[in-house]
Write a protein that binds this ligand. Sequence first.
Ligand SMILES: [Mn+2]
Length: 364
Amino acid sequence: MDQRGIDLKNLNQLLTLPGSGVFTIHTGQEKKEKLLNSYYGTKSQEKAKNIWEKNLTKINSDLPIILGIPSDNGGGIQRGANWGPLAIRQEILEEKKSYFDLGDVRVIPHLLHDKYLNEETIKNCRKALYGKNNKLPVSPLSIAEHALSSIYKKIPNARILGFGGDHSTSYPLVKTWLESRTHKKKAALLHFDAHTDLLDRRLGIDICFGTWTYQILKFLSSKKHIVQIGIRSSGKDKKFWKKTLGVEQYWASDVKEWGVEKTYKKLKEHYTELGVVEIYISFDIDALDIKYAAATGTPEQAGLIPSDCAALISMLAKDFKITGADLMEVAPFVSPEGVSKADQQSSLVVAGDMAKILLRALKS
Ligand SMILES: [Mn+2]
């Protein structure tokens, strides 16, 4: 694949080093340095940046590509998913030769999407990020979309694995994935989550963690081209979502009742009937039971178990092509009431395992 056309000048402005997209001055800096040292053998941002920039020119379709979007503008009962991209990488370090790490989107933590900003703010933020008033976007979702669409334009068969961030960061990932598909009818979404994320607006905001799935529906070939799995915390029942939006859901209680084999059979039949051949998996870590996923903004009881999810994903990867994926809402330093340090630690190990499963699915 010819990658000379990629505007690297923009990419290295829009993005930054892996795990370094969270804005810090002093506090928190040591967390970034630890990862940089594992990646590049140096704690110096400047030296690491040189190596990272040189590596950017080697981007290709051979390996899955990791992109961190460390934005948690409004997600969860408790914030902290902005540290997800750094923490997940720490957990999968031993596999770092099996992926290409593009880095993190640069995040101004007060911003979400450029559509919510006035000209003056955009101008000021451009100066802060880029040192000049150029034409580049400034909000995390807008930056992510800009970077991702330029990558798909040059490498249409890029297999990107996004790390959030709150679930709003799936919006640019899934949107650009769908826009770059040549056969839209053959492309579908599988969404693991405790919540539906199907609000049309939340407090007037139309693109956020609670609405991103609703907003993505219009880019899908049909409303049948998404299945949600693991749902258990919704103001409305399964019938309501099916009737009003036409969205297929397998609730966590269904998966428990049916077992993995039957759940997969239904899933496969659903996609096969539509003529689907490739799938994007969006995995909100809170799809898992709180026992395995305590370190997240909105943990929920009675959820899926990791081995069931792993089995579903690996069966899926045998019958379909997994060409895009993300892992969202991992909030490494969040410690909800009643959750011990040990649970917090083990939920990071589980998050790392889920990231490895998604990586493997993208490679098979
Ligand atoms: Mn979600």
